[in-house]
Design a protein around this ligand. Structure first.
Ligand code: ZN
Length: 93
């Protein structure tokens, strides 16, 4: 291996790999937020959504709260009893 090859390899491992990892993580999280919405929750757990009232799919609690998730335009709907995230929605700006 030449010095250039070693330098390139070191660059990839130290700089490019962590950057690629972070970008992939952000893209994956953003895809999850888009896919895991109210319609998804309703079709996945129809027994926990009745007449627009949502219950937790894990503990059955009707106490569902929202908080800002990651990006400021996304609301995370979570169970205030067991803390599990149920679905996401886009906040109106
Ligand atoms: Zn719960």
């Amino acid at each position: 291996m030449t010095e250039d090859t070693i330098a390139t390899l070191a660059f990839v491992l130290v700089i490019a790999a962590p950057i690629a990892y972070v970008i992939r993580k952000v893209l994956k999280e953003s895809a999850r937020i888009k896919a895991q919405n109210y319609e998804w929750y309703k079709s996945k757990y129809p027994q926990h959504v009745r007449r627009g009232r949502v219950e937790c799919c894990h503990c059955g609690s009707p106490r569902i709260h929202t908080r800002t998730a990651g990006r400021t335009s996304v609301s995370e709907h979570y169970c205030s009893h067991c803390g599990v995230t149920l679905y996401f929605s886009m906040r109106e700006l």
